[in-house]
Design a protein around this ligand. Structure first.
Ligand code: BTN
Length: 332
């Protein structure tokens, strides 16, 4: 696990400010109040993390390539948030960022802590499914929020996170993503992201919620072969180019922060029409699995609390608070 190393941040800041040029060891040492050997030790560490730093015996150091990693050294300078991600944990590999976040939150991690991994060995999805998390091509991130929310608001955190991602993809990349209630983000009919929120609570209020988001960013078709329940896609496949994962992550965290603040102040109702406008199921015939029961009908809307209204063939409307949509058809 890595927390940000302030000295790394400052060395990288200097090297990036002098892009295409060498910065001498003496200059860095004087600016940062370290010995030249001290600077060299940090440079060696940065190189081992994947930074391509050319070392010239007389001229010093030049940064030639920055790795596409979600290390704090890369993410924090780009992050435009007030409280989200100000405490940032990065794992090269972990079991599940949700699992890490649950432990951190129970152990006193602050509100807004962000936990990121380059690879997950036991990434988990809803309904005890696993989340395919190959190294360095996706974003596997969990956000810890510690406001005391009435319990009915906890599942809405999932929808707020989906909405934040849809907004991010539209603003940054012009992509028109949709949401398959409650937690899947789709491009066309391919799932590109999923959200899993888990919480600890007392009787009426949450103690904390961890909101885990898995985004397929630079996955190629070959990374997506396997037993997926839905056709899976990625941002890179949709855009036909690879993306900087840190840019996606920072934009998403910024969007989530402002949306979440509004959500805490005003509730989910204010987002209802936007949520409906990006729904992948509204007006369509769907089949939902709730516990072991199958319910089918037309998705006719959502309640102000984020539950799904489904109009059954017999004409009666049922309200579903949870469930797994197993089929979507345009008409029936
Ligand atoms: C789903 O679609 O079923 C939800 C998938 C959620 C996956 C993310 S990846 C980051 C976080 N850590 C996990 O173990 N799961 C979530």
């Amino acid at each position: 696990m890595a927390k940000v190393h302030q000295m790394h941040l400052r060395i990288l800041e200097e090297l990036k400010a002098n892009a295409g040029k060498y910065v001498s060891g003496n200059q860095l040492a004087a600016q940062l109040g370290l010995s030249r050997t001290g600077i060299w030790k940090h440079i060696r560490k940065l190189k081992s993390m994947g930074y391509l730093i050319v070392v010239h015996p007389k001229q010093g150091y030049q940064l030639c390539e920055t790795p596409d990693l979600l290390v704090p050294e890369e993410v924090l300078p780009c992050l435009d948030t007030v409280w989200l991600g100000r405490s940032y944990y990065h794992f090269v590999q972990t079991d599940s960022t949700n699992e890490r976040a649950l432990h951190l939150a129970a152990g006193g991690a602050e509100h807004g802590t962000v936990v990121v991994a380059e690879e997950q060995l036991r990434g988990r999805g809803r309904q005890q499914r696993s989340w395919h998390s190959p190294p360095n091509c996706g974003i596997y991130v969990t956000l810890i929020v510690k406001n005391r929310l009435p319990l009915r608001m906890a599942p809405q955190c999932t929808m707020i996170a989906s909405l934040a991602l849809v907004r991010t993809l539209k603003k940054q990349y012009g992509l028109e993503a949709t949401i398959k209630w409650p937690n899947d983000v789709l491009l066309g009919d391919r799932k590109i992201a999923g959200i899993l929120a888990e919480m600890h609570s007392d009787e009426d209020y949450t103690r904390f919620v961890v909101i885990g988001i898995g985004i397929n960013v630079n996955h190629r078709e070959s990374d997506l072969e396997g037993p997926f329940r839905y056709p899976a896609g990625s941002l890179a496949i949709a855009l036909r180019r690879s993306l900087s994962r840190k840019e996606v992550l920072c934009a998403f965290l910024g969007e989530f922060e402002s949306l979440y603040e509004e959500f805490c102040a005003k509730g989910f109702a204010g987002f209802l029409s936007e949520f409906e406008s990006v729904s992948a199921i509204l007006g369509k015939w769907i089949k939902v699995l709730r516990d072991h029961e199958e319910i089918s009908g037309t998705a006719s809307g959502f309640t102000e609390e984020g539950a799904l209204r489904i109009r059954k063939a017999e004409g009666e409307t049922e309200i579903l608070w949870a469930g797994d949509i197993t089929r979507i058809e345009e008409y029936r």
